[in-house]
Design a protein around this ligand. Sequence first.
Ligand SMILES: Cc1ncc(COP(=O)(O)O)c(C=O)c1O
Length: 384
Amino acid sequence: MPLFNVYPLYDVTPVSGKGVYVYDDKGAEYLDLYGGHAVISIGHAHPKYVDAVSRQVSTLGFYSNAIKNPLQKELASELERLSGCKDYELFLCNSGAEANENALKLASFKTGKSRVVAFKNGFHGRTSAAVAATDNPNIIAPINAQQQVTILDLNDVEGVKAELEKGDVCAVIVEFIQGVGGLDMATADFFERVDALCKANNTMFIADEVQSGYGRSGKFFAFQHYNVTPDVISIAKGMGNGFPIGGILIHPDIEAKFGLLGTTFGGNHLACAAGLSVLHVIEEQNLIDNVNVMSEYFIKIAKTIPQIKEIKGRGLMLGLEFDFEVGDLRKKLIYENHIFTGGASNKKLLRILPPLTVRKEHINMFFEALIGVLAEFENKAVEA
Ligand SMILES: Cc1ncc(COP(=O)(O)O)c(C=O)c1O
């Protein structure tokens, strides 16, 4: 049976990984500055993670949400301690889209309203309400288009005010650093005023931290760079270091009720063991401090390269903007220099999303390769 062909693939077949490196089927080593799309937080095959997941699968990998699972409580309390999100409650699911779907559903249950405000270039996943709140008509099927969503420009605070005052908006959903869209960030004033507008209009403020959470921004959550209190925080990618796990942190003002949300696989024993191990390693290895040190180092070097027109993002969720499309540059980095990087819907942006364990030597390797490829491009332009 052929695979349903939805992914354009690079011609590389990684079969193993260690730290910030992956190895292909021919034994070649690749530096992973893409982290499998911001998923690899503590590094590939971290020994503590391998041990925790292996031990759990050999004892009890799964049982349903009909029984007590102390690992869920342990994960919730470690997440509360490390994130500083006091008194929030945790609902566990399996992916980023599912986290946002549940966040939007909860906002609608809580407020009794159904319209959503989201932002231009935002990405929230591919399920029903989440994809409708995503600003990409190519991935919204007619069945999703029935959702009521208003897409506004980032920083359009007057637009948000006008929409919320109509009284039918259940949620404003935002990425504090846009991922797929290209690492744009709204101003602090915008985020803080939107937070206040939500509180004044009985609208839930949803922080989509699926990509920016778990330390990637240089704080546990990207919204913590601002003075805001989201009602719901969605999490996924870095949470399981590759194990499929997601969740939402829910403000205590939103009351739980039996049956309100649910899932078969969410919060299973194996997922919790993976999630707990990630949190332990983030703390033990001071990875959030490392994010800040490496980010500063990376940006300092990037600023010395004249072809880089703008440096976007924060922490280890960074983008380098050029005045040309970066498709060929990424290919040269992968095939000739063995370095994975990411792209964005902004075709001129190279995305850098390494494991949070990345070190200066890896950043130096990247810039050495980048400078070489840029020089090659310039020589070709001169010859032409
Ligand atoms: C900000 C954000 N939200 C949601 C999602 C969807 O997550 P998933 O692919 O796990 O459904 C993504 C995935 O890239 C994302 O970047």
